[in-house]
Design a protein around this ligand. Structure first.
Ligand SMILES: [Zn+2]
Length: 206
């Protein structure tokens, strides 16, 4: 009886971890047309440090399926997606919080909830022109921790930036994502609570 119980618990955990692992997929394996600019694999980010060992973007499969559809829709207009960040291990979130302990911009990794990036259920992205590869004008730079980065910043002067930001927002909303008020580039998946906070490294995922 006792052994049976232990065995059931063991099987439950195995299935649980298999479920989590099998759902984090690399975006470009599903749609290689989606461009990447994984800033945390370079020094060109707010930490000024390389915090990812490789320039890869992993996300839960449900999100990747929708991003694939969005990319295909955008291509009809000569546009495409460029991703800055996707799944982020919890240990990296701790590095961010140590540098910027401001919950408006960085989620607290010590409160048990972490960032939605830590679950593979948030993505940072922008729009690009397919022909030139250039980013479309947006309200601010990526990871600019100022009011200019706020999605509905009342002093946003560029009509072009406003229009581009809205285009991205409308598409993301139509595909099950919601935006973050303080960061125009950040989108959360509607069912983020279904997924656990993870601390699996990129090397382990490869
Ligand atoms: Zn983000």
């Amino acid at each position: 009886m006792f052994n049976k119980k232990i065995f059931s618990i063991f099987i439950f955990y195995i299935l649980f971890f298999v479920y989590i692992f099998s759902n984090l997929v690399e975006v470009i394996k599903i749609n290689p047309n989606i461009k990447l600019d994984i800033r945390y694999a370079t020094e060109n980010n707010f930490t000024k440090k390389i915090v990812y060992p490789s320039a890869q973007c992993f996300l839960q499969q449900e999100l990747v399926k929708e991003l694939d559809l969005i990319q295909k829709e955008l291509e009809n207009d000569g546009l495409g997606l460029k991703i800055y960040d996707g799944y982020r291990p919890l240990s990296v979130q701790k590095i961010f919080w140590d540098i910027c302990p401001n919950p408006n911009y960085v989620a607290n990794p010590y409160n048990g909830r972490g960032s939605k990036h830590n679950r593979g259920t948030a993505v940072d992205l922008t729009l690009i022109d397919l022909k030139t590869g250039q980013e479309l004008e947006m309200p601010s730079e990526f990871d600019e921790f100022t009011d200019r980065a706020h999605r509905y910043y009342s002093k946003m002067t560029s009509e072009v930036a406003k229009k581009n930001c809205k285009k991205l927002e409308d598409l993301m909303h139509a595909h099950g994502f919601t935006g973050e008020k303080t960061e125009w580039w950040h989108y959360n998946w509607k069912d983020w609570e279904k997924f656990a906070v993870l601390d699996i490294s990129f090397n382990e995922l490869n």
